[in-house]
Design a protein around this ligand. Sequence first.
Ligand code: SAM
Length: 276
Amino acid sequence: MTEQKIFLDAYTADVLLRAIETRSDFVEVSLDLGLSTTSVSLKEQSWDIESLTKVSENRDSVYFIDGGEFYQAAVSTDHYYRLFRSEGSTVPALMIDGVLMHRIKDVHPWQDAKMKANLCARKGFKMLEICTGLGYSTIACLGKDIQSITTIEKDENVIKLAQINPWSRKLFSDNRVQLINGDAISEIKKLNRNQFNAVLHDPPRFSMGSELYALDFYQEIYRVLKQKGILYHYVGNPGSRYKKKDIPKGVLKRLREAGFQDVTKREETLGVTARK
Ligand SMILES: C[S@@+](CC[C@H](N)C(=O)[O-])C[C@H]1O[C@@H](n2cnc3c(N)ncnc32)[C@H](O)[C@@H]1O
């Protein structure tokens, strides 16, 4: 069995610092970002107060301890990827170069993923997800008792961050998941036609990936869906505009052009559903 890392955010660091200050023997705290709670003996385990203070000061960051050292849950390449701790939820969001990839206003990423899965995942379904991210929507679909899910993520650094994140564990441990590290634009062309009961399409905002909102990509989604198969497509803010274009209106039009029926706005998730 692999050893589970200790994860800390500012809120857990506060609890530990207070317990140390008041010389408590034990403290109840979560060391996995809210997935579970643990009773920590402050007598048996000594804590690096300087590092805990740094964690406490960086309110929206996530840290883990490895070999006694504190590390930020982040990947730095030409771009900067990190887990983002919002005020309202222990479930971290994905942030790339300062841009959030999950909703944190009104809804937290886990709830959002469940709402999306509710709109397209059903027991026994064979599913395709486009844009894995941290795997929250994949995991939400698994929770609906689906048969399998193929999920495509372009960015290997996002996958590395998901490998760190305790909330993403099922993405790697559940054998119903096939994770493809590749560009959905080319990967979807390799998939057989008429094979999925549902597609969950969760792209970044239009300005960061307009090709994922294009007619020829929608035609590919249509091709791989079974007859009467369901599409859920995250679109973003209603009324959002990019280069003077009305994004949601264009999405509805192109989905119909691709052959989809029952194209319906789903305001609660800022998306649309449709049927082949
Ligand atoms: C909004 S996030 C997805 C959130 C995810 N569904 C979750 O539940 O955590 C968008 C993701 O799409 C990925 N992405 C962007 N363009 C892509 C493409 N062409 N093919 C596959 N993945 C892509 C980004 O790297 C990012 O991780």
